[in-house]
Design a binder for this molecule. Sequence first.
Ligand SMILES: Cc1cc2nc3c(=O)[nH]c(=O)nc-3n(C[C@H](O)[C@H](O)[C@H](O)COP(=O)(O)OP(=O)(O)OC[C@H]3O[C@@H](n4cnc5c(N)ncnc54)[C@H](O)[C@@H]3O)c2cc1C
Length: 247
Amino acid sequence: MSEGDLAGISSMNFETSDEQSLILKQVDRACKELRPVEDKFYLSHKYNDQTNGILGQAHVLGMPISSDYGDGQGVDLLTYALALERLGREGGGVRTFVSVQTSLTMMPIERWGTPEQKSRYLEPGTKGEKLYAFGLTEPGAGSDPSSMRTDFEERGGNFVLNGQKTWISNGSVAHTVIVFARPKSPSGGAGGICAFLVDRDSEGFPSRTSWGSSPLTPVRSTLTTASCRRTASSGRAGRAFRWHTAH
Ligand SMILES: Cc1cc2nc3c(=O)[nH]c(=O)nc-3n(C[C@H](O)[C@H](O)[C@H](O)COP(=O)(O)OP(=O)(O)OC[C@H]3O[C@@H](n4cnc5c(N)ncnc54)[C@H](O)[C@@H]3O)c2cc1C
């Protein structure tokens, strides 16, 4: 590499704008408030049930979500990434809690959800009143989620899901989990995979869940059956795998 090539690198701008600095100061204040609470719960091996309240009040959970919904702040992705970097200093569990709640679940709902789903899930999610998780990985399907075995079928106007999921962060506390499943009668490859918004109070969910003392660390959840109400479709059936990989 010549010196000329390196000249461009040295001119990269790592400064934050005034607006970004204000937002990051707000995140920093929330982290300082969270630190002693997180320490206390972590050391006593108990679930820290105050994280969502503290971060919700500091407007952290709705950062990348449009201000049309609840406490959405509409910040750009770079600022959101910088905020996650700061949150990560409080521990991987705290950062994972936030990124799963926002970019893994609320962002797809905002992008692909129906108007009903958006108002139902984004309003309380941005305020930390409802918690969400993302159920893709299975004991036998990690790096290659297209080999997932969880399936779904339509029965009496509902969808019935059967299968096992594992490593689902926030899984022990989530009110709703986005669960990926393939049609029971296979339509080939990853083509038929759909994503379902499964509420915790759905029949049969979770039939068995085991987790560590803190839900801020990933949990192992077993989903054997769950049914979910059929609502207006948020996209063409079978496109979920495409949006998962795009995400
Ligand atoms: C902290 C944490 C949080 C998580 N949270 C969630 C969550 O919220 N929701 C969710 O759905 N999942 C979650 N996961 C699961 C995560 O997405 C999977 O662990 C990941 O997809 C890898 O799958 P695996 O662990 O089964 O590893 P495997 O797929 O068994 O892979 C093991 C190793 O083999 C390598 N490997 C695999 N295939 C190939 C190949 N073809 N060529 C070369 N190398 C290969 C991999 O790189 C890896 O090093 C979480 C995992 C962790 C660790």
